[in-house]
Design a protein around this ligand. Structure first.
Ligand code: NI
Length: 151
């Protein structure tokens, strides 16, 4: 286990498109475990592999209902709209209001290589969209209004 360094918004890696994972190797398993450890250490609710400098389509999330690790996640259904406050471990101290779909359905593979479909609303839907954006080089500040420093 290891805690990775989380890269910050100025790092060009955060602007690149991550590549799909072709097979669940021991390297991917290790990546997921270390990403979870890194996320918990930083008290975040989500983390995407590019945030630790790895340009692979892997995300981890825990919105308080246990951890989720998704490989090659894809939004297959989205509905509704909700605006709420967001932050990002790569943008420490910054908050902004982001409008996102209120509900999403995401298809992915899990750490065992099985296809899974996750449905989320509220914070989980938001976290899924935020983390999947990272895989496409999008940072929440690109979409946020009223960007401000955290008190
Ligand atoms: Ni983020």
């Amino acid at each position: 286990m290891a805690i990775y360094n989380i890269i910050k918004k100025e790092d060009p890696h955060l602007r690149e498109k991550s590549k799909p994972v072709k097979a669940i190797t021991s390297n991917i398993t290790k990546l997921v475990k270390n990403m979870l450890e890194t996320m918990y250490d930083a008290s975040g609710v989500g983390l995407a592999a590019p945030q630790v400098g790895v340009l692979k389509r892997v995300i981890v999330i825990d919105v308080g209902e246990g951890n989720i690790a998704l490989i090659n996640p894809e939004i297959i259904e989205a509905s509704g709209e909700e605006t709420d406050t967001e932050g990002c471990l790569s943008c420490p101290g910054l908050l902004g209001e982001v409008s996102r779909n209120a509900k999403v359905k995401v298809k992915a593979i899990d750490i065992e290589g099985k296809e899974v479909v996750i449905e989320g609303e509220g914070l989980l839907a938001r976290a899924l969209q935020h983390e999947i954006d990272h895989l496409d080089g999008i940072v929440f500040l690109d979409k946020a209004k009223n960007i401000r420093k955290q008190d």
